[in-house]
Ligand binder design. Structure first.
Ligand code: PEP
Ligand code: MG
Length: 866
C-alpha cells in the first residue's frame, strides 16, 4: 500500500490529499484531518487519506451535492474506504464512521482474495445493513455475523440482505462507489446538523455552528485469523505517568482504560519497536503523551489517528518533567502546563472519580482532600474513636477553641456555618484536614447526636460519611479515595518553579507539625504564627482562663508567669526548626471570650428549637468545673464572664486593643519571644524574629506597643547578656490602618496585609457568616466572586495599593507581604507581585500551589515583556 505522502495533489478545493507537502489545517478540514497531516509529515505510515473540507460538508448540507469523483480518483481502481468525521474541534464530538464504502459485488472477489472469502462476505453484509440503517433509516433484520456460518450460508445471506434492501428501501443497493460515498457524505453532514447533535455541542461548550470536515481513508485489509481490528496503544500509565507500554483493542481514541487482554497478541506480532518509535516521534512533535489508534495488514502497522492522553495531575507533572529532561520542552513551558490549584490533589488523598456515593450535603470547599469516618459531635467523642483506632469526622455547627483537639484527631471536619476564613477552615487548612464548611442544606443537632438532610435523612453519631473538601461535598458512607502523590517528579517540578519566581512564599504555621509540613512543601519561613493557637491545648487553656478571670494586674501576672515558660518553649522550638529563616509572630489577636466555654445563650443559638433543647447538658457544670480549676466561686466567674461579654466581640476588645488594655499579655509574649531568641542565639542558632501587631487602627497603638516591646527587649538583652535583633511590624487588616499606612510605617519595618479581616471590614460582611450572603450575591451577579476566596481587586485591592504607596513614601525599604487566606491563589499572587510585595504567606498545604503560581506569574510577565 502506498502511503499518502507519495500521492499527487488533488484537483479540487473541497478536498485535499493528505500529503507531507500539503498538510490540511484544522481550520479548513477539522482536527482529525490536521492530525493525520502531522502523521504524514512525520513520515509515520498511514492509510492513504483524502480530507474533505468543512466548507464542502457545509455546502453538502445546504443542498449542493458534492462532486466526489476527485476523491475517488485517488483510490482507484477498487476503492474500499472508511469515512470518518473531522470536526473543527475534536472535543465537540462527531458522527459515526462509515466503513467499507465502495464495497460492491464487483469488489467482493478482490476483497476475498485479500482477507478470505468468508470474512469478505461478513464485511459486505455489515456494509449493506449499515448503509440501509444509516442512509435510509431502515433496519434489515439479519444479524451480520452468525457463529459457525459456512461460506455458502454467508453467500446466501448476502443475497437475502440485498433483496431485503430492495424491498424495504425501494431501490437496489447502490453498486456505484461514488453513489455510496456521496450518500455517506450526505448522511454524515445531516447527522452533524441534527438538533440533538447541535445541542450536544453546545452542552460541551462549543457553538452549534462548529464545522465538520471528513476524512476518507483507504481501509487497511488484513488476512488474520483474529480478524481486522483497530488497535490502541499508549506508552504511559495515565494515573501515575510512569512508562507502561500497552496495546489493546481500542475504538475510543481517548479511552484511558485501554484493554490489556490483547497486548501480548499485539506485541507478539513484532510491532512493539515500531510503535514505541511512533510514540516517541509524536511525543517529541506534540510535546505530550498520546494514544494511538492503528490497524495492521498482517505485517505492517498503519496509524489511523492519535489523541492527547487525558491524565491525572500526577501524570501531567511527571510527563512535563520527563519532556524537559528529554529536551522536548523547556522548564518554563513545563511550569505553565499545570494549573496550580490542581496540585492540591497531589498533596492530599482525593475522592476517586469512580466513587458513586450519594451526596448528602454541599458547602464551601474549605480545606482540600478526602476522608471518611464515623460522625462525632465533640472532641471527647473524637478521643473515644481515636482510642479505638477508628477514623472520625468532627461535625459542628461551627468550631471554636474547644474543638481544636478534636480537629487534630478527626480525619475530616464538617461545619454548618462559616466560609473560607472561618475558624474551622483556617485550622483545617493548617492541619491539612479536609473540611467542608457552611453546609447550609443540613440541620445540625449536635446535642441530640444527629444531623438531618434537606431530604429528611437522619445521620447519627457513629454513621460513616466522607468529606470531600476539594469539591465541597459530603458523601454518604466511605467513598473510595486515591492516595496523594508528592513524589520526586513533583519536587523536581517545584524546584524549577523556585528558580523562576521572584516572590517569597512563607507559611502560616503555629505548631511544630505545621512548620514541618511547611518546610517539606518548600516554605521559606513563617509569615504568620497565630499565637492564640498555642493556648488552645487543654493544659494551657485552664491557665489562660485563670489569667482572663484574674481581677487584679498582680493576679494576672501570676497566671502569665505560668504561661511564660510555655510560650518560651513554643518559640524556641519554632526557632530551632527554622534556623536562619524568618519567623513572623503575631501577638495575641482574638477577643478573650474565645478562650471561654460557650455560654448557654450562645449554645442555644446553635440549636434547633425545643424539644431538642432538653438534651443540652446544663452549662452550669462546665462553668463549675472551670471555677474549681481556677480557684474562683461560680458567682465570681459568672460576674467576670458578664464583664467580658460583648455584643460584637470581633469588633470589640481584640488585637492590639487587648494588648493596650491588658498590657501584661503582650509583655509576656514579647519576653517569651526574646528569651527564646536569646537562648537560640546562645546555642548558635541564627534567629530572625519578627513581631507583628494585629488589628491596628491608629498610629498611637503602635507607638505604645513598640515602646513596651523595646523595653522588654532591652531587659532580656541585659538579663541574658545575649544580643539579638528583631523587627516590629503592623498587620494591616482594618481599612483605617491601610489609609494611615504612611504614618504606621514610621514605627514599623514591615506591613503584612491580613486580607481576611480587611475584606470583612471593607465589605462590612462577617467572615464567619458570609457563606449564605455571598453564595446568593455571586449567583445574582452582585459580586463577581466570593471576596473571601478571591481578592477583591477593586475595593480591597485599592486599599492595599494606597497602603503600599503611602507606606513606601515613609519608608522606601518597607517589607510588604500578604497573609490572609487569599495568599496562595494565582490572582492574589499576580497582584502581590505587581504591588511589589516581598512574600505571601499561606497555609502549609497551599505552599506548593503558591510556589507554582508565583513562578507562572513571573514567566508570563517576562514573556509578555518579550
Ligand atoms: C487576616 O485577618 O487576614 C489574618 C490573616 O488573620 P486572622 O485570619 O487570624 O484574623
Ligand atoms: Mg485578622
Amino acid at each position: 500500500m502506498d502511503t499518502s505522502g507519495k500521492m499527487g495533489p488533488i484537483a479540487t478545493s473541497c478536498a485535499q490529499v493528505v500529503a507531507a507537502s500539503e498538510r490540511p489545517t484544522a481550520r479548513n478540514f477539522g482536527e482529525r484531518a490536521a492530525r493525520i497531516g502531522r502523521l504524514v509529515e512525520l513520515g509515520i505510515r498511514c492509510p492513504r487519506t483524502v480530507a474533505v473540507s468543512i466548507d464542502a460538508v457545509g455546502a453538502e448540507h445546504g443542498g449542493a451535492a458534492m462532486d466526489v469523483s476527485p476523491v475517488l480518483d485517488q483510490f482507484e481502481p477498487r476503492p474500499l474506504l472508511s469515512v470518518r468525521s473531522s470536526p473543527r474541534f475534536s472535543r465537540c464530538g462527531g458522527v459515526g464512521v462509515f466503513l467499507w464504502v465502495g464495497l460492491n459485488n464487483a469488489a467482493l472477489p478482490m476483497l476475498a482474495e485479500r482477507i478470505g472469502r468468508k470474512r469478505a462476505l461478513h464485511a459486505y453484509k455489515r456494509h449493506i445493513r449499515n448503509f440501509a440503517y444509516r442512509v435510509h433509516e431502515v433496519e434489515i433484520d439479519s444479524p451480520s455475523r452468525q457463529p459457525g456460518q459456512s461460506t455458502r450460508e454467508c453467500e446466501v445471506e448476502v443475497g437475502r440482505l440485498l433483496e431485503s434492501f430492495r424491498r424495504k428501501v425501494g431501490t437496489e443497493f447502490p453498486q456505484s462507489p461514488s453513489e455510496q460515498l456521496r450518500a455517506a457524505v450526505r448522511t454524515m453532514a445531516k447527522g452533524w446538523n441534527k438538533p440533538s447533535a447541535r445541542l450536544l455541542r453546545t452542552a460541551r461548550g462549543f457553538s452549534g455552528e462548529t464545522g465538520l470536515g471528513l476524512v476518507v481513508q483507504e481501509m487497511v485489509l488484513c488476512r488474520s485469523s483474529r480478524g481486522m481490528r483497530v488497535w490502541s496503544s499508549q506508552a504511559i500509565n495515565v494515573e501515575t505517568g510512569r512508562k507502561d507500554f500497552r496495546v489493546g483493542i481500542g475504538e475510543q481514541a481517548n479511552s484511558a482504560d485501554i484493554a490489556t487482554a490483547d497486548s501480548e497478541v499485539a506485541l507478539s506480532r513484532g510491532w512493539e519497536d515500531e510503535l514505541r518509535r511512533i510514540h516517541d516521534k509524536l511525543r517529541r512533535s506534540l510535546a505530550d503523551e498520546i494514544q494511538l489508534r492503528f490497524a495492521d495488514d498482517g505485517t505492517d502497522v498503519f496509524v489511523l489517528e492519535y489523541g492527547v492522553l487525558q491524565k491525572s495531575v500526577a501524570a501531567e507533572v511527571r510527563v512535563a518533567v520527563e519532556l524537559v529532561q528529554a529536551g522536548v520542552i523547556d522548564k518554563q513551558d513545563a511550569l505553565l502546563r499545570i494549573d496550580p490549584e490542581n496540585l492540591a490533589s497531589l498533596l492530599h488523598p482525593q475522592v476517586s472519580p469512580e466513587a458513586n456515593n450519594r451526596v448528602i450535603a454541599k458547602g464551601i470547599a474549605a480545606s482540600p482532600g478526602a476522608a471518611s469516618g464515623a460522625i462525632v459531635f465533640s472532641s471527647s467523642a473524637a478521643d473515644v474513636r481515636a482510642a479505638r483506632s477508628q477514623g472520625c469526622i468532627l461535625v459542628r455547627a461551627e468550631t471554636g477553641p474547644e474543638d481544636i483537639r478534636g480537629m487534630h484527631i478527626a480525619q475530616g471536619v464538617l461545619t454548618g456555618r462559616g466560609g473560607m476564613t472561618s475558624h474551622a477552615a483556617v485550622i483545617a487548612r493548617g492541619l491539612g484536614v479536609p473540611c467542608v464548611a457552611g453546609a447550609t442544606n443540613i440541620d445540625f443537632w449536635p446535642q441530640s447526636g444527629a444531623l438531618v438532610t434537606d431530604e429528611g435523612n437522619i445521620f447519627r453519631e457513629g454513621d460513616t460519611i466522607t468529606i470531600d473538601g476539594t469539591a465541597g461535598v459530603v458523601l454518604e458512607g466511605a467513598a473510595p479515595t486515591l492516595p496523594p502523590d508528592y513524589g520526586r517528579a513533583v519536587r523536581q517540578f517545584l524546584d524549577w518553579a523556585d528558580c523562576c519566581r521572584d516572590l517569597g512564599i512563607r507559611a502560616n504555621a503555629d505548631t511544630l507539625d505545621e512548620v514541618k509540613i511547611a518546610l517539606r512543601f518548600g516554605a521559606e519561613g513563617v509569615g504568620l504564627c497565630r499565637t492564640e493557637h498555642m493556648f488552645f491545648d487543654e493544659s494551657r487553656l485552664t491557665v489562660m482562663r485563670e489569667m482572663i478571670f484574674a481581677s487584679t494586674p498582680a493576679e494576672r501576672r501570676q497566671s502569665l508567669e505560668k504561661l511564660l515558660p510555655m510560650q518560651r518553649g513554643d518559640f524556641l522550638q519554632l526557632f530551632q526548626s527554622l534556623p536562619g529563616k524568618p519567623v513572623c509572630i503575631r501577638l495575641l489577636d482574638p477577643p478573650l471570650h474565645e478562650f471561654l466555654p460557650p455560654d448557654q445563650d450562645e449554645l442555644a443559638t446553635l440549636l434547633p428549637p425545643p424539644p431538642l433543647h432538653e438534651f443540652l447538658p446544663p452549662d452550669q457544670d462546665a462553668r463549675a468545673d472551670l471555677a474549681e480549676a481556677i480557684g474562683l466561686s461560680l458567682e465570681q466567674l459568672t460576674a467576670r464572664a458578664e464583664e467580658l461579654k460583648e455584643f460584637n466581640p470581633m469588633l470589640g476588645l481584640r488585637g492590639v486593643r487587648l494588648g493596650i488594655s491588658v498590657p501584661e499579655i503582650y509583655e509576656m509574649q514579647a519576653r517569651a519571644i526574646f528569651e527564646a531568641a536569646a537562648e537560640a542565639t546562645a546555642r548558635g542558632i541564627s534567629v530572625s524574629p519578627e513581631i507583628m501587631v494585629p488589628l491596628v487602627t491608629a498610629n498611637r497603638e503602635v507607638v505604645l506597643v513598640k515602646r513596651q516591646i523595646d523595653q522588654v527587649a532591652e531587659e532580656v538583652r541585659a538579663s541574658t547578656g545575649v544580643d539579638f535583633e528583631f523587627e516590629l511590624g503592623v498587620m494591616v487588616e482594618t481599612p483605617r490602618a491601610a489609609l494611615r499606612a504612611g504614618e504606621l510605617a514610621a514605627n514599623a519595618t514591615f506591613l503584612s496585609f491580613g486580607t481576611n479581616d480587611l475584606t470583612q471590614l471593607t465589605y462590612g460582611i462577617s467572615r464567619d457568616d458570609s457563606a449564605r450572603i455571598v453564595d446568593e450575591y455571586v449567583r445574582l451577579g452582585v459580586f463577581p466572586a466570593d471576596p473571601f476566596s478571591r481578592i477583591d481587586r477593586e475595593g480591597v485591592g485599592e486599599l492595599l495599593q494606597l497602603a503600599v504607596s503611602r507606606g513606601m513614601d515613609t519608608r522606601p525599604d518597607l517589607l510588604l507581604s500578604l497573609c490572609g487566606e487569599h495568599a496562595a491563589s494565582a490572582d492574589t499572587i499576580e497582584f502581590s507581585r505587581q504591588a511589589k510585595f516581598s512574600y505571601v504567606s499561606c497555609s502549609p498545604f497551599r505552599v506548593p500551589i503558591a510556589r507554582l503560581a508565583a513562578a507562572q506569574a513571573a514567566i508570563r510577565q517576562r514573556r509578555a515583556a518579550g
